[in-house]
Design a protein around this ligand. Sequence first.
Ligand code: PEP
Ligand code: MG
Length: 762
Amino acid sequence: MLSVLRSIVQEVNAATDLQTALNIIVSRVQSAMDTDVCSVYLFDSSTNRYLLMATEGLNQDAVGKVTLGHSEGLVGLVGVREEPINLEDAPSHPRYRYFPETGEERYHSFLGVPIIHHRNVLGVIVVQQQSISRVFDEGEEAFLVTVSAQLAAIIAHSEATGAIGGLSLSGEATKDVNFKGVAGAPGVAIGNSVVIFPPADLDAVPDKVAEDTYIEIEGFKKAVAGVRKDIQSVGEKLATQLRPEEQALFDVYLGILDDNALVGEVVSRIESGSWAQGALRDVIKEYAGHFEMMGDAYLRERAVDIKDLGRRVLAYLQESDQSEREYPNNTILVSEELTPTMLGEVPREKLIGLVSVRGSGNSHVAILARAMGLPTVMGLVDIPVSRLDSRELIVDGYNGQIHASPSPELRSVYLNIVEEEKELVKGLESLKNETCTTTDGHRVSVWVNTGLMTDVVRSLSHGAEGVGLYRTEVPFMINERFPSEQEQRDCYREQLEAFAPNMVTMRTLDIGGDKALSYFPINEENPFLGWRGIRVTLDHPEIFLVQVRAMLKASEGLDNLRIMLPMICNVSEVEEALHLIYRVYHEVREEGANVTMPQVGVMIEVPAAVYQVKELAERVDFLSVGSNDLTQYLLAVDRNNPRVAGLYHSFHPAVLQALAKIAKDAKKAGTQLSICGEMAGDPAGAVLLMAMGYEALSMNASNLPRVKSVIRNIDLEWAKQLLDKVLCLDSPHIVKSTLDLALRDAGFGRYMRPGGVVSSHV
Ligand code: PEP
Ligand code: MG
């Protein structure tokens, strides 16, 4: 059964459209289970009905015509119950519905299994048998459940591909196609998509129309010739070292390239309008798919060769296509996995929004996007990225969704939101030079989190009183090697000078987790529980010492540096780091630099540190809570994984209790306490944190004015009462709605996210 299952999945995977995929499913399942009928009904959310999409055994004319209501018939019942229904005599079931147009005889045995993807019932797969004596046994039921579970993601992906092309399930043109992801950075962007794809990756090649068919064909032929030459020359070089059977592999490669079928097919697809890379992608996928389905293990292996050749030809094509990419005005950058480097490639004035398949709302690229004020949607796992290039898109960073093919009505709804947002920001500009003080005189410091130089300008214009977190890894990430001491020093000096005399808290290099350096790869099974932050830098004192030296020298004459240590789990890590910092301090002074010893602090961002506030406080000058990581570690929810994004709640009662405990213990220890996680930039989060006793809130610059505005309009007593109320609640959702309600009642509705703009289709 496993091999049957594997081959069905492979065949379906190779299908180029939804209808072909479904036809393959019904025909293969019908023969594998030896039943009279196998059919797939998909749920069409635009009509709220199931539609017969494919069948083997029923009348083909019924396909695309027979529909059932949401809970109608046995199919509807399977969907509503979200579990298999296995009946020996279906017609005697009260929910049985007979559709004469299917040519359906009164099939007796019925087994229906829901097709569920991420809790969404996409449809139902049904097998039926005429004979009354056939009862689908447990093994067959388990087989169909397995098929359905494995195919759900492929079906979701194909449905989404059709929807992107503006087609509904029944093939009708649709508008306002909506894809759900995870909110990355708030705001709305209406613009044109540009897909950025990694080089030499066939799966990532986007669809594009050939601008000049002749040039595309010539380029493709040149690429094939280039690969052929490479293979020949490698083959000749290795001729004396290889056995004849190994040498034969080169002949296989050359044979595939000589094969007119493959080359000819790519050319004919280019002639039909595709650009060369897209034509190559489709043909290689098809060929590799055929080989993967072969029974013979040797022939199956050839699929790997085909793909390898495809990648080589693609690399040549991409090399010759190195012309500077033109970014349109209002670019919305779309990628399988966005990186900070990609953001840097687009001229800032043209970039207005971001879309990423991978990652989640607390991934570092999302945090960067918030700092840059770019509406962002992350975790769009089912979106066919390759089909998204050069389309009009609406990015709804409030609700974590994007819209393709928007109708004029929808566009105008979103344009209004963009205008309202602009008005709001303008209205807050006057607060720039005001202090952040409650109506009853309680003063809170509002700091910013920075990483890029552009943050500095935004921060200063928004009235930041200092930097609570400078993520030093950002300049490391946009480099191609470790920056030298002098390069670091220049970069740090710029930050320190821009904010002087206010304090700038520089965090020592915090790589690992989802922050990778291309030139220092860390490959781990569990990166967030692995070699991260202080663990890396204590193991590499040469990196740590250079960084601290650069920081200290940069602070000469300004004296506004604070150093902060990330991912602290043990007091010994603090002691080791302090030892190195003192060493650098003495060395730098001996070299003649007139620097003062900076304040040193630690981040409280893992549960262990929550329980050692006192011990940590005895060793350092300040504590700063990293609520992004603390939330992920307390709730055991990977902050980067969109599948569990719905479980990541900074307002979870356990997180609130931990934050309150830290505040209480820090006060007892008499240590300065701040917070630099994203929660500080949420108006409701800021109110709670202030009430708990946090003295400084550090956030991204975009959020600062609204947090300041809320705090300036409430009194501390009100905030404390609200805190007492939510600390008694037991569910993150209830905490969130209680806070929303309280802020709305207090007149801050305009700062809350506009929600529920449009319901979702996909
Ligand atoms: C945090 O973890 O809350 C934090 C501020 O650091 P980062 O988001 O960079 O991990
Ligand atoms: Mg952190």
